[in-house]
Design a binder for this molecule. Structure first.
Ligand SMILES: [Zn+2]
Length: 358
């Protein structure tokens, strides 16, 4: 597991090093770019009171209404908002049951246009019958075999048959990539561990894990999504209790991973008043174990020093310049490759079209 202090110079461990304002690019280890268009959606038909009702009333209605055009503009808006927060790499988890084929390529192209690195996955599920599960698997296979970088996605064990879980795990193993799956986000998924432990491998991404028992035997990196977990009322994951590596994500609530770091630290303090922000900083740094190329990206920040005891208590830190794959994609408060106003206007148009279809 990465030690954040070796990457972000810390005054505690390396007092002789002059702290620079430039860091590697941040990695959001669990995102849903399509949720960029959810903001402002009309009220749900029924009030959602539980995690399952939130899925049914909000996300499973929204994902049914997605088409390739809404996916494209939500990804561009999400990529733009990631850059605004110094996030150069997005690990995306996508579902669009009525527009499966080609969806991962649309996301990859949209992010590439903005200049942001994305590793997408299509979340396979049996919610729409065995044919839907097959189509989801095929989209992962098509994208990855075509040279795309990403994961094989599974929605979650509780919406999949054992056959589908085995097929997705087998596909990932054949292609030499990990599986990106929601695990025990809510109490609905408590049966996941015995169904996944024999399939899992160290390159899996286990999003949320709020209701995962501490002594579970699923291999992989746990992705902690503090803002989303609070918003869905599923509880505190308390990721310090796991032996697995821990990374940070937003679960679709924007691309601000430093924000996720701050919230992760505050929540850590809420259960352990002496906790150091170095712990959440290490979770942030795990992103570079998942996507080492992000370490070569350079973000020059509006604040110095970029070290945990400072950043935890500096709520607004902005990137001044961002270089991804050797190219400057952000300068003087704006993206260099795209027109941000055009993206916002087009995304708003697509959001209105999407909301009208709900
Ligand atoms: Zn998620």
């Amino acid at each position: 597991m990465a030690n954040g202090a070796t990457v972000f110079p810390s005054r505690n461990t390396n007092p002789s090093v002059l702290v620079s304002e430039t860091t590697p690019g941040l990695v959001c280890a669990h995102h849903h770019l399509y949720s960029a268009l959810a903001r402002g959606m009309p009220p749900t038909p029924k009030v959602a009171r539980t995690f399952r009702e939130i899925l049914e009333q909000v996300w499973w209605r929204l994902d049914m209404a997605l088409d390739l055009e809404t996916i494209e503009w939500s990804a561009k808006l999400g990529a733009l908002e990631a850059l605004e927060a110094g996030t150069t790499t997005i690990i995306d988890h996508h579902e669009s049951p009525n527009a499966i084929e080609g969806s991962l390529s649309v996301i990859a192209a949209a992010c590439s246009e903005v200049g942001v690195r994305v590793l997408p996955a299509y979340g396979v599920t049996d919610r729409h019958g065995p044919q839907g599960a097959k189509q989801g698997l095929a989209e992962n296979e098509r994208f990855l075999k075509g040279g795309g970088e990403g994961f094989v996605g599974i929605h979650a064990a509780f919406t999949c048959t054992d056959e589908t879980l085995e097929a997705a795990a087998g596909l990932a193993e054949d292609l030499g990539v990990g599986v990106h799956i929601h695990v025990c986000e809510g109490p609905e998924d408590l049966e996941a561990p015995p169904r996944l432990m024999h399939l899992s491998r160290p390159d899996w991404l286990l999003a949320h894990s709020v209701h995962l028992t501490t002594d579970h035997q699923i291999q992989g990196t746990i992705v902690h999504n503090p803002a989303s977990n609070l918003n869905t009322g599923v509880g505190y994951a308390d990721p310090r209790r796991f032996a697995n590596p821990v990374a940070l994500g937003t679960d679709g609530i924007g691309g601000d991973v430093l924000g996720a770091f701050r919230l992760a630290h505050y929540l850590h303090r809420s259960v352990e008043p002496t906790a150091s922000p170095e712990a959440a900083w290490r979770w942030l740094a795990t992103g570079w174990d998942l996507v080492p190329s992000a370490k070569m990206d350079r973000v020059t920040w509006s604040y110095s020093p970029m070290e945990p005891w400072h950043v935890a208590f500096t709520p607004v830190v902005r990137p001044l310049e961002i270089e991804i794959n050797g190219e400057v994609v952000w300068k003087d408060g704006a993206p260099t490759r795209v027109d941000p106003d055009e993206i916002r206007v087009k995304a708003q148009e697509q959001a209105r079209r999407l909301h009208a279809r709900l």
